[in-house]
Design a protein around this ligand. Structure first.
Ligand SMILES: Cc1cc2nc3c(=O)[nH]c(=O)nc-3n(C[C@H](O)[C@H](O)[C@H](O)COP(=O)(O)OP(=O)(O)OC[C@H]3O[C@@H](n4cnc5c(N)ncnc54)[C@H](O)[C@@H]3O)c2cc1C
Length: 431
């Protein structure tokens, strides 16, 4: 196999990963006069902030995904190759990939992060992550399949565990999916499953910390917990999961919870993209970069987004949060550096390399209809205004006009009558 890209004598930039950071970089390099190659293991870009709505059957997967080939269509000397990077030879400046060798002049690693099960094989085998669109589909199938099984279950104990969903992790993802499931319980379950006593459905949010949304202000945490409780979510604070075996969650304090569906959103670790002895890995396996986002110990290699951590930023001594805005602003920074280097024909360590300064544009988390929390600068607010702002920001961030329209129609339709028809179980029976 071969990459099948002619070198044409131009400077070549290779980007590993077309997520929020990688794709922004591709945009920022538009018209740069260099050859740009994007490598991703999928043939589509996905929008993680709305995966929980796929999991709770509120949106179809294709509404939050977009094919790379369509995005990059018509751009001169820009290539997409689907595949995985297996190793980086920084001396020879060549990647070994699943489709052969790929040479680079500049390399940007933007491979994101994956679910962290903290080395527990039982949890990794049986709990359900919510990191990708495929995870979202899998979750939707599991939740709906368990409801179907519950309808015909005669054993009381098994029935209760089929009707119990545990969400482990009290960050924004945990809060969002717990809220969405509580709404499903209230509005959809009684209509779709009239023969189940839906009051028995339990949504339990297990959180090791004393408060939810730890990265936000305490007032937002209190508000989120209050809203969730009002919606019927049971919040277990200061509770750390030790294991998940045979459909039972075991907590460190010795208590147990029988739940056939366990959604694991308790942590992430950087995607390990290749065997690279030169790299230094920091907390969560993140590739350590300097403040110009250059990978330490490697020339002409940058890393951005969730996969990396900046060492030396006084304002963020423990690294930047793993958020969309960080990845996108880092992409802009690296694109400028590469353009500068290419135009001045200077190499690694160029004094003109830009130092990354993160501009915090705010944080938001949605809880349910007309319920959200937002923090923008010193402004901290919740309820209707935060929820509307959340809708606008996420709709704007989605790629593609069609996706925006489909999502907007879905949201409006659901808002007024909760009657979408996405509650389908698609699975491969041969597996
Ligand atoms: C469920 C969920 C909800 C979130 N909600 C929010 C939110 O509301 N607000 C917010 O700011 N942030 C949110 N985030 C975080 C945000 O999505 C990430 O910070 C952001 O996507 C990071 O961008 P990235 O480019 O580093 O990685 P990603 O966007 O994750 O992209 C990584 C890309 O690399 C590709 N890749 C991975 N490994 C390889 C490989 N070996 N070879 C080739 N390609 C590879 C992947 O296919 C993917 O396309 C959420 C994340 C999740 C999972």
């Amino acid at each position: 196999m071969k990459a099948n890209i002619r070198h044409k004598g131009k400077t070549r930039v290779v980007v590993i990963g077309g997520g929020l950071g990688g794709l922004r970089l591709m945009k920022a390099l538009k018209g740069c006069g260099m050859q740009v190659v994007l490598v991703d293991k999928n043939n589509y870009h996905q929008f993680p902030p709305l995966i929980y709505q796929v999991a709770s059957a509120g949106l179809e997967p294709s509404s939050i995904s977009f094919p790379f080939r369509k995005i990059l269509q018509g751009r001169e000397d820009v290539y997409f190759r689907m595949g995985e990077v297996q190793s980086i030879d920084a001396d020879e400046k060549v990647l070994q990939t699943s489709f052969g060798k790929l040479y680079y002049d500049y390399l940007v690693i933007a491979a994101g992060a994956t679910t962290n099960f903290f080395g527990n094989d039982h949890i990794a085998a049986d709990a359900l992550p919510m990191k990708t669109v495929m995870d979202g589909m899998n979750l939707r199938n599991t939740i709906l399949s368990n409801m179907e099984r519950a309808e015909v279950e005669t054993d009381e104990e098994t029935l209760q565990s089929l009707l119990t969903v545990a969400v482990v992790g009290g960050g924004p993802s945990g809060v969002e999916i717990a809220g969405a499931l509580a709404e499903m319980k209230r509005t959809i379950a009684p209509r779709d499953y009239p023969d189940i006593d839906t009051s028995k459905i339990r949504i339990v949010l297990v959180n090791s910390d004393v408060r939810l949304l730890k990265s936000m202000d305490e007032a937002s945490s209190v508000r989120a917990e209050r809203d969730l409780r009002e919606m019927g979510v049971e919040v277990m604070a200061r509770t750390r999961v030790a294991d998940y075996r045979d459909g039972v969650l075991h907590m460190e304090d010795g208590s147990t919870l029988a739940a056939k569906t366990v959604i694991w959103v308790a942590g992430v670790r950087a995607n390990r993209i290749a065997s690279t002895p030169e790299m230094t890995l920091g907390a969560g396996g993140r590739i350590v970069t300097d403040t110009c986002l250059r990978v330490k110990g490697m020339n002409d290699v940058f890393a951005i987004g969730d996969v990396s951590i900046v060492d030396g930023d006084q304002d963020y001594p423990h690294g930047h949060p793993q958020l969309a805005q960080v990845a996108m602003q880092q992409a802009d920074c690296v694109a400028k550096t590469i353009r500068l280097r290419a135009s001045s024909k200077q190499g690694a360590g160029n004094v003109n390399d830009l130092v990354f300064h993160y501009k915090d544009l705010g944080t938001m988390a949605t809880i349910g209809r007309r319920k959200a929390v937002a923090e923008i600068g010193r402004l901290k607010f919740g309820g209707n205004t935060a929820w509307l702002l959340w809708l606008v920001v996420h709709l704007r961030s989605l790629l593609g006009v069609r996706n925006k329209i489909v999502v907007l129609i879905n949201w409006m339709w659901n808002y007024f009558n909760y009657r979408n028809s996405l509650r389908l179980i698609f699975r491969n029976d041969e597996k």
